[in-house]
Ligand binder design. Structure first.
Ligand SMILES: [Zn+2]
Ligand SMILES: [Zn+2]
Ligand SMILES: [Zn+2]
Ligand SMILES: [Zn+2]
Ligand SMILES: [Zn+2]
Ligand SMILES: [Zn+2]
Length: 762
């Protein structure tokens, strides 16, 4: 078979990595009417490479000797002269206002080894060749595929989809316009009768809801599909009866349902935005100040070695961009990816390899940022780190603090496990907890390592000092505790302090207050040293040092004593006799501390209305859990109608803080309630940082700010202090934009929207 036949017979996969080169951010797009930017799509592995890295790909795969990975489709897209669409818009969303073919001319050539077999100029080519090229050009890119997949998961089949049967009879053609108003786009096809009606009106999209009107006249025709966004990899199906987006689980039925209307999804290309894409646009409404108080644009900074380069938003990925900018641009002491060296010589599928995509991003941000004046689009990187993580692989907005933890822990396991030192250790530290029985004054110490400090703000709307909040975080609080010496429930004082200090302290104020038991984000001003760049005062943490066990003055409580509750056998028998269930009796004795029949009876009479009185008791089972919360607090939370298992977990995770626990339950209603003792921040027995408290002075280096009503929506940006000319100034990294942000309005935003602060040791 000839090389041309090989090409014609190629199986094209559903995902083609063609957004950029596997090793760098070079693309195939030319906005300057030249063909200088091009990518070679490897027709063996369907990854793309710039000319320089094609050489690397051939070397890594041994293409010269075995002939695999040696056949490429070279692609270049050149902007048409008469199209005035701004580039930025095109880069921001994958979806173009105009179809790509309207904006760009495509140039291609087929290359085997070092020789060109055919190109777009070749005369008399088999049309199958040009068709194949067209298929590759039109295949969804990895970016689109990734986002579309994750959103479709949330859409389910409804009863109408499940009971849907394809109409009998011969296939029919559908029209091209709305049956009622002649509109030619935003059209929905009734899957039951083939009626074509227009959709509702949306921002920038015309529509008169004639598809809905059709359902109102024919209530047995609930299912409709949007024609414009329909393709093999995307479909908007709406059920008017359920008033929701739905999805056909059974792809056979789906293909038949469309085939009945002579639609072959195999060769369809979406022309209009899907509902998912429209939703993404709406989430871009929150933004930060990009002009000064006089209305002038803030000073724009070029991509360069000093400032790095911007990161384009992939649709709700600003949480990731902000964390990356802070880590790579000096927010965390000497944190760097330098030690990782060059691309590994043994990885073929670089586009889905975490380390390779991390190196690709590192090179763009630190080695050759000037090459990317428009910023880069970390699509393949996000795909690699999101992996199978349900949240971070999705297109939804995420909590930047959770991402910081997730990402740095992923690097621990998959990347820094091979380096001689772990840059993440720069922000790690140990906290020592001290528990003292107020009756016998015996003490107990325990230690844990942390990646960051999370301090609750007080719930009033007053401006508050960060140092004061840290102080109250470490101050002692009373907890109930079963003292092994006193042999009873006693009040113990729990306090904590730094056992060691980090080079960079990461602090996050919890900006949540409860309004009618519902968590609401608030924007109190937080006062901290260094918010104004002229302010050189420091955050001093030496006073929060924990001094540890003093064998001369303190007596240690015995370790590891389990505290399984054993109800008084005689009392249980008596209560059973009186008609109470064993579960109810056990609970009564637990909450009254086995103090006798009278207390138990009183407890039972005041809880006789509890709906779960006879359910198995949820009791703390060991000292670790028992000391963390007061059983009465669990009882109080359960009486609010919350799930006991979730309440128990919440109290343990929040060290008995009821407000935080209630908030946790509301945020984790779908949690399984199982208690995994090893929480992500806990790393057994390892000591990080330094212990000399006289060195624990910190100055503010970077802040991740957030705007929006909850940390899972809205917009994130990063402010990092940088040397700009002669002075230290705040640089605002807002996705692909980098500006000097020294205006009073910027400072105000820093105070009100600070979500994660990075303090470096002086
Ligand atoms: Zn490259
Ligand atoms: Zn290849
Ligand atoms: Zn219409
Ligand atoms: Zn119909
Ligand atoms: Zn339905
Ligand atoms: Zn005691």
């Amino acid at each position: 078979m000839s090389v041309i036949d090989d090409f014609i017979n190629l199986q094209i996969p559903s995902v083609i990595f063609k957004d950029d080169c596997g090793y760098c951010y070079e693309t195939m797009y030319n906005d300057d009417f030249t063909t200088s930017h091009c990518l070679n799509v490897c027709l063996h592995c369907f990854q793309s490479f710039c000319p320089e890295h094609t050489t690397l790909h051939r070397r890594v795969t041994g293409a010269g000797s075995n002939g695999c990975h040696d056949f490429y489709l070279k692609l270049s897209k050149v902007k048409k002269a008469d199209v005035g669409e701004p580039t930025e818009k095109k880069l921001k969303l994958e979806i173009n206002e105009k179809s790509e073919d309207e904006v760009y001319d495509s140039y291609w050539s087929l290359i085997k080894g070092t020789s060109s077999i055919a190109d777009n100029q070749t005369q008399g080519l088999d049309p199958k060749v040009t068709n194949k090229v067209k298929n590759i050009l039109q295949a969804r890119s990895s970016n689109f595929q990734q986002m579309a997949n994750s959103w479709q998961l949330e859409v389910k089949a409804c009863e109408h989809v499940k009971s849907f049967t394809v109409s009998a009879g011969a296939a029919q053609d559908v029209g091209k316009n709305c049956a009622d108003c002649d509109l030619g786009n935003n059209l929905w096809l009734c899957l039951h009768c083939g009626h074509l009606g227009c959709g509702r009106q949306q921002v920038g999209i015309e529509g008169h809801s004639h598809a809905l009107a059709h359902f109102q006249q024919h209530p047995d025709h609930p299912l409709a599909v949007k024609l414009g966004s329909l393709s093999q990899s995307s479909a908007d199906v709406y059920c008017y009866a359920c008033d929701d987006e739905v999805h056909f689980d059974d792809s056979k039925v789906w293909v038949q349902a469309l085939a009945h209307w002579n639609i072959d999804i195999g060769d369809r290309v979406a022309q209009e935005k899907t509902l998912m894409e429209l939703q993404l646009e709406q989430n871009m409404n929150w933004d930060f100040q990009m002009v000064d108080s006089q209305g002038h644009d803030l000073q724009h900074l070029p991509s360069s070695a000093e400032f790095g380069c911007g990161l384009l938003n992939l649709g709700n990925s600003c949480y990731m961009n902000s964390v990356l900018q802070v880590l790579v641009n000096g927010g965390v002491f000497t944190w760097s990816l330098k030690e990782l060296g060059d691309f590994p010589a043994d990885v073929v599928y670089v586009s889905s390899n975490l380390k390779c995509q991390l190196l690709k991003l590192r090179n763009a941000m630190t080695v050759e940022p000037a090459k990317y004046s428009q910023g880069v689009k970390p699509t393949t990187f996000k795909r690699c780190i999101g992996g199978r993580h349900e949240e971070f692989s999705s297109g939804r907005q995420q909590d930047a603090l959770e991402f910081f933890s997730y990402f740095t822990n992923l690097l621990d396991k998959r990347v820094f496990n091979e380096t001689s030192s772990n840059p993440n250790d720069l922000f790690r530290f140990n906290v020592q907890d001290r528990l003292e029985c107020t009756k016998c004054h015996s003490v107990k110490y325990s230690s844990q390592s942390y990646d960051y400090l999370q301090v609750p703000l007080s719930e009033n709307d007053e401006p508050q000092e960060l140092s004061e909040r840290i102080s109250s975080y470490f101050a002692g609080e009373d907890v109930s505790f079963k003292c092994p010496y006193c042999k009873e429930m006693v009040t113990a004082v729990k306090s904590s302090g730094f056992q060691s200090f980090p080079k960079t302290l990461v602090v996050s104020p919890t900006r949540i207050k409860l309004v009618n038991w519902m968590p609401v984000k608030n924007s109190q001003e937080v006062l901290l040293p260094g918010i104004e760049t002229a302010d050189t005062s420091t955050l001093q943490l030496g006073a929060f040092k924990s001094h540890g066990f003093d064998s001369e003055k303190e007596r240690l409580l015995p370790e590891n004593e389990t505290n399984e509750f054993k109800p008084n056998v005689q009392c249980v028998a008596d209560l059973l006799e009186m008609g109470f269930t064993e579960n109810a009796a056990t609970k009564a004795l637990f909450y009254t501390n086995n103090s006798g029949m009278e207390d138990a009876m009183n407890w039972l009479f005041s809880h006789v209305e509890d709906p779960d009185l006879n359910e198995p008791a949820v009791l703390p089972t060991n000292t670790y859990e028992a000391e963390m919360y007061n059983p009465q607090e669990l009882e109080d939370m359960v009486s609010m109608g919350l799930d006991p298992q979730l309440c128990r977990k919440a109290l343990i995770l929040n060290q008995g803080n009821v407000t935080a626990s209630v908030e946790w339950v509301f945020n984790n209603l779908d949690d399984d309630g199982l208690i995994v003792k090893e929480t992500p921040v806990k790393k057994e027995d390892q000591m990080y940082g330094f212990s000399d408290e006289s060195l624990a002075n910190y100055s503010l280096k970077a802040v991740i700010c957030h705007k929006g009503s909850s940390v899972q929506s809205g917009h994130y940006v990063a402010f990092i202090k940088k040397q700009v000319g002669e002075q230290t100034k705040w640089v605002l990294y807002n996705d692909e934009k980098m500006v000097v942000a020294e205006d009073p309005m910027n400072i105000q935003e820093l105070k009100k929207n600070g979500y994660i602060y990075f303090f470096n040791r002086c």
